[in-house]
Design a protein around this ligand. Structure first.
Ligand code: ATP
Length: 483
């Protein structure tokens, strides 16, 4: 499993998907840059989410709020006081660990040793103690389970303490006059503070949602997990505002709807599961994660939270501005009141984590048997065609006899519609392999017969089958399969 994860990380770098940030200076811990194919794939995932949320739901609109927000926002939201993880330091190695990650690592070791029931019991006990914030008992649990810690002998632990995850910086350049502000640790608050602006200007009626994608920052205590856990990352969040009392149904609705979205990408349902939270975040009434079976095990990719009226009420209190909705429908139904603070269901997914999900799911090392019985191998990304960075590669068989001209004409006619790639160098087999490695679903080869009858060879990435079709049919075929 770990080998596969390492192979994916190398592949991502070699083929221009993900690079360590500032690599020439040996990188920056838990920060990454997206390369030419990675940025396309990431954009396609973001667009796919955005379209499903806004374009396909009449009652959801988008916004694009700033990363910087008034500092009181984070006081009201509870992040200044509560957005922290319990951590513990190993005094000898000077390494810092998140308590839950450390205990999860112990549980993984137990599982590896075939002691699955003990692992389950350990995790259950951890969740129980975290919910109670019983740090003395948690420290004891760590000490009792140190068998699996990489440091041998006695481990000298510090006490467990809370570590706030927000980054701060200074607004204003005059020394002494600066105000401490935070880099947002989630995009959600930009939605809450704009609740009435959006509701009024877009003339929305409850129930309705506001969607947003954008960067968030958390000073994570990181285990090396590539883009799974980053200090700067992107979220895709949607807050759905509902009548008080209906939140239970809507929570269920969004749980189902979000799982359907994941499965619409053709991913095996067995790789997904729900995990209900025992320890609820400071704002949550009910919460679950959608977990995916990554090469590093089942991990959270998305959270669905029933946040009650917590956020809007808090902002109302701190800003002294009304955050209420006047529900005319209620009055018409003869109900006693029309003004209320709506309840909120949130769906929150990490774009980078979804990227890792898509990449891990697509990455395959295949052994191929050739016609003469000998074997060959290929690395292929079986990406969903609609997310692939390049949709069509056009490859003239030779660099002469007018074949490049025909190929370029095809590229020119297709490129306003989808991303194409043209290449004339190297043997055709080698060119196919390079496209397999970046997940291009269709390759078209132009050969001498094309000049005679305007047919080309189209090769399908997953099956590697080929067929001859008329050159005029290519654009529509690719459009149909990648839309
Ligand atoms: P975790 O328990 O893994 O720290 P969380 O429960 O704190 O995550 P949320 O606050 O619910 O995460 O954030 C919603 C989503 O944002 C997560 O499901 C995840 O996909 C993404 N996310 C959160 N933190 C990070 C991070 N450090 N790097 C990348 N993605 C992240």
């Amino acid at each position: 499993q770990d080998n596969k994860f390492q192979a994916i990380i190398s592949h991502a770098k070699e083929y221009g998907f993900v690079f360590p940030s500032s690599e020439i200076y040996d990188g920056l811990s838990a920060v990454y840059d997206y390369g030419p194919y990675g940025s396309e794939l990431k954009k396609n995932i973001r667009d796919y989410w955005w379209k499903s949320m806004t374009q396909l739901h009449d009652n959801i609109v988008g916004i694009d709020a700033a990363i910087f927000m008034h500092p009181t926002t984070w006081k009201a939201s509870g992040h200044v006081d509560n957005f922290s993880d319990p951590m513990i330091d190993n005094k000898d190695s000077k390494k810092r660990y998140r308590v839950d990650h450390l205990i999860e690592a112990f549980a993984d070791k137990l599982t590896e040793g075939g002691k699955e029931q003990e692992a389950e019991a350990l995790l259950a006990e951890m969740e129980r103690l975290l919910a109670k914030e019983d740090f003395t008992a948690l420290k004891q649990l760590i000490e009792d389970n140190k068998i699996s810690c990489s440091v041998s002998g006695t481990v000298n632990w510090t006490e467990i303490r809370q570590f706030n995850l927000m980054f701060d910086t200074k607004l204003g350049s005059v020394a002494g006059d600066a105000e401490t502000i935070y880099l947002r640790p989630e995009t959600a608050q930009g939605i809450f503070v704009n609740f009435l602006n959006v509701q009024k200007t877009a003339r929305m009626k409850v129930p309705f949602g506001i969607a947003q994608t954008g960067k968030a920052f958390r000073n994570e205590i990181v285990a090396r997990q590539f883009i799974f856990r980053m200090r700067e990352f992107e979220q895709m969040e949607m807050q759905f505002f509902v009548r008080p009392g209906t939140e239970g149904e809507w929570y269920q609705y969004w749980k189902d709807a979000r799982l359907k979205w994941h499965l619409s990408l053709g991913i095996d349902p067995a790789k997904y599961r729900f995990h209900d939270h025992v320890k609820l975040a400071h704002y949550a009434k009910e919460a679950c994660d959608i977990e995916f079976n990554f090469p590093i095990g089942f991990k959270e990719v998305e959270g669905i939270h029933s946040r009650s009226d917590f956020d809007l009420t808090q902002h109302q209190q701190y800003s002294r501005k009304k955050m209420q909705y006047f529900d005319t429908d209620l009055n018409e139904e003869g109900k006693p009141y029309g003004n209320y603070v709506p309840y909120v269901i949130e769906t929150s997914i990490g774009l980078d984590r979804m990227f890792l999900l898509i990449l891990s799911n697509a990455y395959n090392e295949e052994t191929l048997t050739k016609e003469d019985g000998s074997t060959d191998s290929r690395v292929v990304l079986n990406l969903p065609a609609k997310l692939a960075p390049v949709k069509l590669a056009v490859l003239p068989l030779t660099k002469k006899d007018g074949l490049p001209e025909i190929a370029k004409e095809l590229v020119d006619s297709c490129k306003p519609f989808f991303r194409c790639f043209y290449e004339e160098k190297d043997a055709i087999g080698k060119r196919y392999r390079r496209q397999d490695a970046i997940g291009t679903p269709f390759c078209v080869t132009i050969d001498h017969q094309t000049k005679e009858d305007q047919t080309v060879t189209i090769r399908y990435r997953d099956s590697m089958t080929q067929e001859r079709i008329h050159i005029d049919k290519i654009k529509d075929l690719v459009l149909k399969e990648t839309f």
